[in-house]
Design a binder for this molecule. Structure first.
Ligand code: SAH
Ligand code: SF4
Length: 340
């Protein structure tokens, strides 16, 4: 059986021509899949009943299963999706009241090998990479389930996207070509895998690169993120300058705020200094509890104070709105298991 989701137009043409149908049929199927997000071949109503029956003998729309769907009081939806081999990942759909954007937060791996101390995904260890089809299937599943069109994709679910770069790049190309989601509406978030940042710079993509920095100096960062011992902040700094110079793009710096660890005045000053020659916006993420460590979220007062200190350095600073916390769908809370 062929699985239609994830095929590009050329691959669909191969199937239609095997069935003796024209390329025009392939284009119709392509539209139904990516723009109208049908759940079944029967819904492709501009194909003749006879042709649909032929197609059903050789193909299905998708084999991905929605294991659990949870809707948060703020409208965020979290899906636990199951792939053909039984492995599961989460995908989150976020809507922001005042914007028409619908943002899908997709996973790129089952689990993650980077093992950051604050992240629920890390507790699972690394299981496997997702294929590009499994990545785009996450967006298709959301579209099929809600009947809505996703406008933005962030690679901020489970996994380190730059450790599965080939599949992530192919998925980005598919989002561009098949879903009509422009490169600027795609964001890849990384813990800082330097050789792959250089590779992205050389590809000169127009998508947004977000760096999970989370600390103002080597000492604090190495306590929070083991990756700091492999790719340290000094070298990361050079790679970011290279990336900005090559692409001309402004990057996003993600900075997790953890009470009494990296939220002090001294930390804000050091961070501002580290970023002084980096063209970036800063996104502060108040820590979301995962129940497996002693970290705490800072008070609103200290979050605002930290923000102000950074703003003095002339940077644009936002505090990430917490989405879906009541269903454990917020940043860092994805673990790919059935709800506890
Ligand atoms: N692996 C990539 C992308 C997935 S994580 C990366 O780390 O960048 C998406 C964001 O959520 C990252 O910035 C990550 O550091 C952050 N995050 C992880 N655990 C968190 C937690 N408990 N609270 C808030 N943010 C968290
Ligand atoms: Fe992996 Fe990102 Fe979680 Fe770190 S924060 S363990 S890199 S998913």
């Amino acid at each position: 059986m062929e699985i239609l989701s994830g095929l590009n137009l050329g691959e669909i043409k191969r199937i239609t021509s095997q069935l003796g149908a024209s390329d025009f049929r392939a284009r119709q199927i392509h539209n139904w899949l990516y723009l109208k997000s049908v759940k079944s071949i029967d819904e492709m109503t501009d194909l003749s009943v006879k042709f649909r029956e032929e197609l059903k003998k050789v193909a299905i729309v998708s084999d991905i299963k929605i294991k659990v769907k949870q809707v948060s009081s703020d409208g965020t939806i979290k899906y636990l999706l199951e792939f053909a081999d039984g492995e599961c990942v989460e995908t989150v759909l976020m809507r922001f009241d005042n914007r028409a954007n619908l943002t899908a937060c997709v996973s790129s791996q089952v689990g993650c090998a980077v093992d950051c101390s604050f992240c629920a995904t890390a507790k699972r260890g690394f299981i496997r990479n997702l294929t590009y089809k499994e990545i785009i299937e996450q967006v298709l599943t959301i579209q099929r389930d809600t009947g809505l069109k996703v406008t933005n994709v962030v690679f901020m679910g489970q996994g380190e996207p730059l450790l599965n770069l080939d599949n992530v790049l192919k998925a980005m190309e598919m989002f561009n070509e098949n879903f009509q989601i422009g490169a600027r509406r795609l964001t890849v978030s990384t813990s800082g895998i330097i050789p792959q940042i250089i590779k992205l710079a050389d590809l000169n993509l127009q998508s947004t690169l977000a760096i999970s920095l989370h600390a103002p100096n080597h000492q604090i960062r190495s306590k929070l993120m083991k990756i700091e011992n492999k790719y340290n902040m000094n070298d990361l700094h050079s790679s970011l300058k290279y990336y900005i110079q090559k692409t001309g793009r402004r990057i996003t710096i993600e900075y997790l705020l953890i009470k009494n660890i990296n939220d002090t005045t001294e930390s804000a000053k050091q961070l501002a200094h580290y970023l002084s020659d980096i063209k970036c916006n800063i996104n502060l993420i108040p820590y979301n509890p995962i129940g497996e460590n002693d970290y705490q979220k800072p008070s609103n007062n200290s979050i605002m104070k930290f923000k102000c200190l950074l703003e003095h350095s002339g940077k644009k600073v936002t505090v990430r709105l917490e989405r879906g916390a009541d269903i454990d769908a917020a940043c860092g809370q994805l673990r790919g298991k059935l709800p506890r």
